[in-house]
Design a protein around this ligand. Structure first.
Ligand code: ARG
Length: 462
């Protein structure tokens, strides 16, 4: 018999039961559901709404259910619709009358909001930990590659030479903000809704602050209708997860490009590549491609959440049951992607010769030649024009700028002196960009130290 069957004369159809049931999705919140119910029961007893003996009986019953669910001695069933009614049904089966008092001063509407908030605050910590693990791997690889030079690109065209570590640390900054954002979202997740009842609050003399404290919440929801109506905290988290995926996806795209024969900047480990069923020579970057592809699902989950909420009148509507499937899918996807991505980075091989080789063609030192002319007194706008002509001439002759003789260069500007070659060497193009946050090797070392939580004094990291 359903817990809400009192006013029903006939059974719901099996098809409807199937359609209505959320247990396949929300069963993963059983721990939170039971913890929430224990705090609620303790509060009911403390406030004299149930007796102390009933309170103890309920808490013990719930603890035994928790244990049995953990070790498989008890199971949740589709018949009881969702995790909340499953736990309550099990409790009543185990302890009888006292179990029927648990749901006093509570509705599934505030209960589900509580469970989701508890589940998401733990998930937030888990995702942040995974982001930190990825960052420490990136710091590790960056540390080994400060002096490795590769082309930096704009418009996917070779632009200026940069340190490979600098490139990796750019992602580190993005993942830092992702983690920070999730921490911010957690503040809004960690607010306690219980006591809102179905929507209007409750007639019983409950103690919401006590429950909040018991369950480790920072605050209580201040409007009972809001407490059961909104899922903005789910959406916010969904957006933060989407940003993580957006960053991972861009990085994946680069990994895929870098591992092509055309680039050859990195070689992925066999452990994170796959083969082709027909082409024996193939080694494909499937891990990175899947991360890029799964980004679509996480964005889709967010769109689903936004759309699901947009037309709902206050307060609770069953539409909101859909929130969990979407956000759980995002969480599972992001967690898996972060794990795989971290290992893929850890095991990839950096081909520094190919990276350096790629900086030689494409006039990556053209800006530096213009800057050189400026140091000799030319205006930047004129210098830009002059170097543009140098590049055209080089293209015609199939030469690099540094291949031109001093005399040839002086035909473009009399300001060119023999020190020009040093000024436009690829290594100097990197090492002279000393502005804070720039690509100069020493600057990159400083960035690395800051991200590692150390600092540099007299050239030494401390
Ligand atoms: N399974 C429901 C959900 O996930 C729980 C709340 C149901 N409340 C209700 N009044 N039907 O949203």
């Amino acid at each position: 018999m359903k817990l809400w069957a009192g006013r029903f004369q006939n059974d719901t159809s099996a098809l409807m039961d199937d359609f209505n049931s959320s247990i396949a999705v929300d069963s993963r919140m059983y721990k939170q559901d039971i913890q929430g119910s224990i705090a609620h029961a303790k509060m009911l007893a403390k406030c004299g709404i149930i007796t102390a003996a009933e309170g103890t009986e309920i808490c013990e019953g719930l603890m035994s259910i928790l244990n049995d669910l953990r070790n498989g001695a008890a199971a949740l069933s589709v018949d009881a619709e969702d995790v909340h009614m499953n736990v309550e049904t099990l409790l009543i089966q185990r302890i009888g009358e006292a179990g029927k008092r648990l749901h006093t001063a509570r509705s599934r509407n505030d209960q589900v909001a509580l469970d989701v908030r508890m589940y998401l605050r733990d998930a937030a910590d888990e995702i942040v930990a995974l982001l930190e693990a990825l960052q420490s791997e990136l710091l590790e690889v960056a540390g080994l590659n400060v002096d490795v030079i590769l082309p930096g690109y704009t418009h996917m065209q070779r632009a200026q030479p940069i340190s490979f570590a600098h490139h990796l640390l750019a992602y580190c900054e993005m993942f830092s903000r992702d983690a920070e954002r999730i921490g911010e979202a957690k503040k809004r997740i960690n607010v306690m809704p219980l006591g809102a009842g179905a929507l209007a609050g409750t007639t019983y003399p409950i103690d919401r602050e006590y429950v909040a404290k018991e369950l480790g919440f920072d605050a209580v929801c201040l409007n009972s209708i809001d407490a059961v109506s909104d899922r903005d905290f789910v959406l916010e988290f969904g957006f933060d997860l989407s940003l993580v995926m957006m960053h991972l996806s861009r990085f994946s795209e680069e990994i895929i490009l870098w591992s092509t024969t055309e680039f050859g900047f990195i070689t992925l480990d066999d452990a994170y590549s796959t083969g082709s069923s027909i082409m024996p020579q193939k080694k494909n970057p499937d891990a990175a491609e899947l991360v890029r592809g799964k980004t679509g699902r996480v964005f889709g989950d967010l769109m689903g959440l936004l759309t699901m909420m947009k037309g709902l009148p206050l307060a609770y509507n069953k539409d909101m049951q859909e929130d969990k499937e979407l956000v759980f899918d995002s969480l599972d996807t992001v967690a898996m992607c972060l794990r795989v991505f971290t290992d893929m980075i850890k095991t990839m091989k950096v081909n520094e010769d190919a990276m350096l080789q790629a900086t030689l063609d494409g006039f990556l030192n053209a800006t530096d030649l213009a800057d050189y002319l400026v140091t000799k007194g030319e205006s930047f706008r004129n210098a830009h024009e002059i170097v543009g002509q140098v590049v055209v001439a080089c293209e015609k002759q199939g030469k690099r700028i540094e291949d031109l003789t001093l005399e040839a260069l002086q035909e473009f500007s009399a300001r060119v002196k023999p020190d020009v070659y040093e000024a436009i060497s690829i290594e100097n193009c990197v090492s002279r960009r000393k502005t804070s946050g720039g690509t100069a090797f020493d600057e990159v070392r400083k960035q690395l130290a800051r991200l590692r939580g150390t600092s540099i004094e007299n050239g030494k990291e401390i």
